[in-house]
Design a binder for this molecule. Structure first.
Ligand code: SAM
Ligand code: SF4
Length: 338
């Protein structure tokens, strides 16, 4: 175990500096996407187990002011199903960092303007198909029109950039890669194609269902013409501009070309567990720390900072998906926070 540094940036044993915090605010969702949740049988967290907005704000404040976090993404489950989301956005925006949201978009038509007014900077909306029947089959909800209206509302609200997350699964929607890219270009949103990861609620993931990023890039290049790949920073997506200058596209090769060696992310689950990796097998209980009534405010903040530093110091090199040593975490995507 690497002893964590008591001050300075959030650095792990491999020299990776962590500046991005992803906060799940609920494990619940109004969709049941096949690659994420089972149709039935999810055990929802009881309300008292969720971190309150005040507790989330406190952990985020320590992460920003003492640990060098510069960007925060709110996710879930579906974050827009939790009441009064703009209240949380405003609290996080006041910390002066980049605040983003990942959502299925189903309620954005009514919420985007309020979220933007509260200080939300940017949004990622999940959209895997443009075909209503297929949308209903993938999400188990007949809501494509509402999501498309949500995309329009996000653009109109000035959330910038609007990105569209598309999980491509072989035999499910891999025939829509070009159509999704064309839609993104039309509405001014950057599509990010994501390789299917073994975090589905049904546990049926198979490597044969993964459409490799290289195949997606080759198809896009053939259809539209792509400029050479941009140099990659800490973004998991390899980005390319279209050769005609009309927008850009990203491809996230979580399985075939993992970005673990450049990872700068930590995650907080809805019940306050800190995870140093999406696929981590260990978690640190920050809710216990933040709810420790015996401690005074200063020592609670110090304990939060120390717990986060400890979790990051112990972070592993990477997840090894699709290799014999890979161990699937017991939680699925919606329970971790994607
Ligand atoms: N409900 C919101 C949404 O769908 O955007 C936020 C939470 S969702 C878990 C976050 C992201 O994870 C979504 O873009 C979703 O498509 C992606 N995702 C879920 N399960 C996945 C899987 N097994 N492999 C790859 N991406 C997945
Ligand atoms: Fe819900 Fe998002 Fe998971 Fe779909 S991917 S079931 S919208 S949490």
């Amino acid at each position: 175990m690497t002893p964590p540094a008591a001050t300075g940036p959030l650095i792990d044993g491999f020299g990776r500096v962590h500046t991005d915090l992803r906060i799940s605010i609920t494990d619940r969702c109004n969709f049941r996407c096949t690659y994420c949740m089972p149709t039935e049988g999810m055990q929802w967290l009881p309300r008292p187990e969720l971190l309150t907005y005040e507790e989330i704000e406190r952990i985020a404040r320590v992460a920003v002011t003492e640990l060098g976090i510069t960007s925060i993404r709110i996710t879930g489950g579906e974050p827009t199903v939790r009441s009064h989301l703009p209240v949380l956005v405003a609290k996080l925006a006041r910390l002066g960092v980049d605040v983003a949201l990942t959502t299925n978009g189903a309620t954005l038509a009514s919420q985007a303007a309020d979220l933007a007014a509260a200080g939300l900077h940017r949004v990622n909306i999940s959209l895997d198909t443009l075909q209503p029947d297929r949308f209903a089959a993938i999400t188990r909800r007949d809501d494509l029109e509402r999501v498309l209206a949500g995309v329009d509302a996000a653009v109109a609200a000035g959330l910038q950039p609007v990105k569209l997350n598309a999980v491509i699964v072989r035999g499910v929607n891999d025939d829509e890669i070009e159509a999704l890219a064309a839609y993104g270009r039309e509405v001014g949103a950057e599509v990010r194609f994501i390789e299917f990861m073994p975090l589905d609620g049904d546990g049926t993931w198979d490597v044969e269902a993964v459409v490799p990023a290289a195949e997606i890039v080759a198809r896009l290049d053939a259809a539209f013409g792509l400029a050479p790949a941009e140099a990659r920073g800490h973004e998991p997506a390899a980005r390319r501009h279209y050769a005609d200058g009309r927008g850009a596209v990203g491809v996230i090769a979580s399985v075939t070309d993992a970005f673990c060696d450049r990872c700068d992310r930590i995650r907080l689950t809805a019940e306050g567990r800190l995870r140093s990796c999406l696929f981590a097998l260990d978690e640190v209980d920050l809710r216990r720390v933040v709810r420790d009534d015996a401690a005074d405010a200063a020592s609670t903040d110090a304990a939060i900072a120390a717990a986060i530093r400890g979790a990051v110091a112990d972070k592993w090199a990477g997840h090894h998906i699709a290799q014999p040593v890979f161990v699937r975490p017991s939680r699925s995507m919606s329970q971790i926070g994607g």
